[in-house]
Design a protein around this ligand. Structure first.
Ligand SMILES: [Zn+2]
Length: 290
C-alpha cells in the first residue's frame, strides 16, 4: 500500500480531441456520448474516485467496446497508458503492499465502470492482488471501500499491523487496522479484507516467521552479527531501527516487511518469546532447526 502522485495527464483535453477526431475507432459513439463522458470524468475527479459517488454503466455497449479496444491498443494520444503500464511499480504494490512487480489495474473495475477504462486517474499499478480482489471495490456500508493510491492520504501513515497469536513456534497471523485520523476504521478494514488478506501476504509472513525462528538476525537485520545475548530493551531498539530502514527503503510504512516487523514490535509477548529464543540459540540451549 502506497500513496502515489496523480498522473500528469489532461484527460478532459484528450476526451475533447477524441470527439473531434473522426478517424479513431470509438467514433461516432464518443461524439454522441461526449457530454456524459465529460460529466463522469469530472465526477470522478471531484469525488476522489469514491465508488459510492461514481455510478458506472451509463454509456452504450458500443462505446464500452471501443474504449476497451483503445485501452488494449492505445493510439498516439493515449500514449500515457503505455507509459503507466511500463512504469508499473518496481518496488511495492500500492494496493496490497507486496514487494512484487506490478501490472496496470483499474481502480474502479472496467466491468462495472466502463466510463473510466482509459481515464488516467483510474489506472493504478498493482501486483497479482488485482485479480484476487476481482471486481470488489465497495461493501455494504458507506465507509466500506478500497483505498485509492492516488487520493487516500492516510496511506502515508502507518495504517496496518499484525497480530500474532497461538503457539509462537507457528503462530496464527492476522492483519489488523491501526487508528488513523481522518479515515474511518471500516474503510481500512474493508481494504484489508478485500485486498490485503486475499493476496499472499499472510503466507509470505508465515515464511518470514520461520526464517526469524531459525535466525532472528536475518529478519531483524539491525541485531549485530556479534550479539551473544539480547535484552528486551535492546530488541526494541533493533526492531525500531529495522522498521525505519524498511519504511525508508520502500518509501511507505505499509509494505509487507514493515507490517510484519511492526506487529512484533507492539507485542510484549512476542518480544519475550523472541529474546528467549535468540538467547537460547546463542547459548546452545535451543536447537534453531527444531
Ligand atoms: Zn498487490
Amino acid at each position: 500500500m502506497k500513496k502515489l502522485p496523480l498522473p500528469e495527464v489532461n484527460d478532459l483535453d484528450i476526451l475533447e480531441t477524441m470527439k473531434n477526431s473522426p478517424g479513431i475507432a470509438c467514433q461516432p459513439f464518443i461524439t454522441n456520448e461526449y457530454d456524459q463522458m465529460r460529466l463522469q470524468y469530472t465526477r470522478y475527479a471531484n469525488n476522489d474516485g469514491n465508488p459510492w459517488a461514481c455510478v458506472g454503466g451509463t454509456i452504450s455497449n458500443d462505446l464500452t467496446n471501443k474504449l476497451e479496444y483503445h485501452y488494449k491498443s492505445p493510439y498516439s494520444d493515449l500514449q500515457y497508458i503505455k507509459e503507466l503500464r511500463a512504469k508499473g511499480s518496481p518496488d511495492v504494490c500500492p494496493f496490497c503492499g507486496s514487494l512484487k512487480t506490478a501490472t496496470l489495474d483499474h481502480f474502479l473495475p472496467q466491468a462495472d465502470y466502463p466510463e473510466w477504462i482509459i481515464y488516467s486517474r483510474n489506472l493504478v499499478p498493482a501486483c497479482d492482488c488485482n485479480s484476487k480482489r476481482r471486481n470488489d471495490v465497495k461493501g455494504q456500508l458507506q465507509n466500506q471501500r478500497v483505498l485509492h493510491p492516488y487520493y487516500d492520504n492516510c496511506l502515508t501513515s502507518r495504517i496496518i499491523s499484525t497480530d500474532y497469536s497461538g503457539n509462537y513456534e507457528e503462530p496464527v497471523i492476522n492483519i489488523v487496522p491501526l487508528p488513523v485520523e481522518g479515515t474511518a476504521e471500516e474503510t481500512i478494514s474493508f481494504h484489508i479484507d478485500t485486498v490485503v488478506k486475499r493476496s499472499t501476504a499472510i503466507h509470505w509472513m508465515e515464511e518470514k516467521w520461520q526464517s526469524m525462528r531459525r535466525n532472528p538476525r536475518v529478519i531483524i537485520s539491525s541485531i549485530p552479527r556479534t550479539a551473544a545475548n539480547l535484552t528486551i530493551d535492546e530488541l526494541d531498539t533493533y526492531l525500531l531501527e529495522t522498521l525505519e530502514d524498511k519504511d525508508e527503503e520502500h518509501q511507505t510504512p505499509n509494505n509487507w516487511y514493515s507490517i510484519f516487523i511492526h506487529g512484533i514490535y507492539r507485542s510484549e509477548d512476542v518480544k519475550a518469546w523472541l529474546v528467549h529464543r535468540f538467547n537460547g540459540i546463542k547459548s546452545g540451549a535451543i536447537d534453531p532447526l527444531v
